[in-house]
Design a protein around this ligand. Structure first.
Ligand code: SF4
Length: 337
């Protein structure tokens, strides 16, 4: 097998420090967002103001890397100007692309900044080539980030039928619903994950100890019950344990992390243009270690795909950083579909 085209390694930057660490650890591009509701990861204490974003872009560009700005929430009906203003700020700062979900924001960007490259956010939930082609024809998108619900053969089929670059998630937490537009968490917390940046806002989380066990509640709803010595995960509704037909188990999704390292040769043969690492809410140690492992893996696979093998050191390093300390291939490995 000859060398394969190397996909871009796109890493998370929840802060200026994380951006610098990701770039220095080998990211080809980083993605970031502003400190407001235009950003689907609008966490308190994270993200960028315009001055920090400008500094981050300079750091990346000085080293020949790219910065992608996620303005990936849906604009509010009564004040879409905030989203349009954010597009102007990003263009002024000199980001390499915008990651957008709302067609109104795409239309504005196309009209006012026609040279600015547009990527379709995972939040847009485009899962087939017809949808992606629509966004290309109508708004000129040049890349689409796929939701984490497609099998490997569905991804390959989609790539064969569009000229738009395809980016897939390679590592990180899983979201099994409509990527942040999930009614589950809004129902119990009263907050939209679209605008509050998180499915389980800290204000809605409650831990209750009784009789040696610990209950995790979200918006008053019992999500999980842990024995005293059991590892506890941050309560996320889709990853809770519930009683179904008399048995208590993970009814929707297990608290595991997506890790597609072993599928790298297949993803690259299919023509994936970019691999995204999830985790703008994670610390700089996570960003640094995950970026280092993936840099080595992507380089090794591109150079000698036939001899590519996942190194035990990579797996153990990623295992220590994973949600629930377990890995899954998620929807990518559903041979029956
Ligand atoms: S609760 Fe789960 S499925 Fe819903 S948005 Fe959050 S991670 Fe996704």
């Amino acid at each position: 097998m000859t060398a394969l085209k190397k996909p871009e390694l796109v890493c998370p930057a929840g802060s200026l420090r994380a951006l610098e660490v990701a770039i220095d650890a080998g990211a080809d591009a980083v993605y970031m967002g502003l400190k407001d509701a235009t950003n689907a990861r609008n966490f308190a204490g994270l993200n960028f103001d315009a001055a920090q974003a400008r500094q981050g872009v300079r750091h990346a560009h000085d080293r020949g890397r790219k910065v992608l700005m996620a303005l990936n929430t849906y604009a509010q009906a009564d004040h879409p100007e905030r989203w349009f203003k954010a597009v102007d700020v990003a263009a002024d700062i000199g980001v390499d692309a915008l990651i957008l979900a709302d067609p109104a924001v795409m239309a504005y960007s196309r009209r006012v900044h026609p040279d600015l490259r547009l990527h379709l956010s995972v939040q847009a939930s485009a899962t087939n080539y017809e949808a992606i082609e629509f966004y290309r024809e109508r708004y000129g998108i040049q890349r689409a980030v796929l939701p984490r619900v497609l099998t490997m053969s569905q991804i390959a089929h989609l790539i064969r039928n569009t000229t738009v670059e395809i980016e897939v998630f390679g590592f990180g937490s899983l979201c099994v619903m409509v990527e942040g537009r999930c009614a589950l968490s809004s129902y119990v917390t009263g907050h939209s994950p679209n605008n509050t940046g998180v499915c389980s806002p800290a204000s809605a989380v409650r831990w209750e100890e009784h009789g040696g066990a610990v209950d995790a509640r979200l918006g008053g709803v019992l999500i999980d019950r842990y024995e005293a010595n059991e590892h506890r995960a941050y309560p996320t509704l889709c990853k809770g344990r519930f009683e179904v037909e008399g048995a208590v188990d993970y009814a929707i999704e297990e608290p595991t992390s997506l890790n597609t390292l072993e599928l790298l040769p297949t993803l690259m043969q299919a023509g994936v243009a970019a691999i995204k690492i999830e985790g703008r809410q994670r610390g700089t140690a996570y960003v640094q270690q995950v970026t280092r492992v993936w840099r080595q893996a992507v380089d090794a696979c591109a150079n000698q795909p036939a001899r590519f093998a996942v190194q035990p050191g990579w797996t153990s390093a990623l295992g220590r950083l994973s949600e629930g300390q377990q890995h899954t291939l998620g929807a990518l490995n559903r041979p029956w579909q």
